[in-house]
Design a binder for this molecule. Structure first.
Ligand SMILES: [Fe+2]
Length: 296
């Protein structure tokens, strides 16, 4: 079968047909996928449900895994439902039951409903994320993606010049505290220490620039905080206008892959008492976007 790629919207997303993800990926197919990722930033694969092993094999055929390590709250708590290599993006506890509405882990996890780029809080942030739907709720729970390259290109020249040299500080504590989740253990504070990222980054293979936004950003280095937050808010409003967005309505068995270097995404709300079992693998980025400050 030949792989076919069908664009979904003007600026972002394509559906891939004619590829069975349960089969090993050839180097030529992997190259085709990388090229399509550079162009569309989000690829949707419908098909037969995969096993965890098949999901991992497809991921590692495209790049090295990012290790979840100790900087997720569940990993810190030793509360793992899925095998190594997976990020648990579900609303389920270790017994596969939906977490209670007031559970701390759930209230932390729903921070994923803010626009963000995965692992932007790591020194070397993620390249691709691959999310697969095992169980979905009866309504809601879409994942939305916004194209940060298209958003950058639509900025006026003055704004482009202002943001070009800027460096931001990212931490999961910033995203969570913006929705009122402010209680962190000393261990979490250590694991979630802010890292620096460029606000404008360039996609290596195409040279296309994008605005590297994420709700994990707390401030812009060297800027007064209120001014920094207002600029970030303006940029985020601009970048998440509907014309730059694709909203994915999940079907069981879907796998959606996105490029964190040139997109933001967010989960949407769904009934809290229904299971939503979605599992993520992540391909590591290749380099930091900027040098880190020397720790004081
Ligand atoms: Fe995410």
């Amino acid at each position: 079968m030949t792989m076919r790629i069908r664009p979904l919207t003007t600026h972002i997303g394509a559906e891939v047909e004619g590829l069975d993800l349960r089969e090993p990926l050839s180097p030529a197919q992997a190259q085709e996928i990388h090229t399509a990722m550079d162009q569309y930033a989000v690829l949707v694969f419908h098909g037969e449900p995969l096993t965890n092993e098949q999901h991992l094999a497809f991921t590692t055929a495209l790049g090295a895994l990012e290790t979840a390590k100790t900087n997720t709250m569940r990993a810190l708590a030793g509360d793992m439902r899925l095998p190594a290599g997976f990020n648990d993006v579900s609303n389920l506890d270790r017994d596969n039951q939906p977490m209670g509405p007031n559970e701390r882990r759930r209230l932390f996890a729903i921070g994923n409903r803010l626009w963000h780029s995965d692992s932007s809080f790591k020194v070397v942030p993620a390249k691709y994320s691959l999310l697969r739907a095992v169980r979905i709720p009866s309504k809601g729970g879409n994942t939305e993606f916004a194209h940060m390259g298209a958003a950058y290109e639509a900025l006026d020249d003055e704004t482009k010049a202002i943001i070009e040299p800027l460096v931001c500080e990212h931490s999961q504590m910033f995203s969570r505290s913006s929705i009122g989740f402010t209680e962190f253990t000393p261990q979490e504070r250590e694991a979630f220490r802010p890292v620096r990222q460029r606000l404008v980054r360039t996609l290596p293979r195409t040279g296309r620039k994008s605005v590297y936004l994420s709700s994990h950003i707390g401030t812009i280095v060297g800027w007064p905080l209120p001014e920094a937050r207002l600029l970030l808010r303006d940029l985020t409003e601009h970048a998440t206008q509907r014309e730059f967005v694709y909203s994915h309505k999940w079907r069981v068995g879907d796998l959606v892959m996105w490029d964190n270097r040139q997109t933001m995404h967010r989960g949407r709300a769904f009934p809290a008492d229904e299971p939503r079992d979605v599992r993520r693998t992540t391909i590591a980025g290749e380099a930091p976007t900027v040098e880190q400050a020397v720790a004081a």
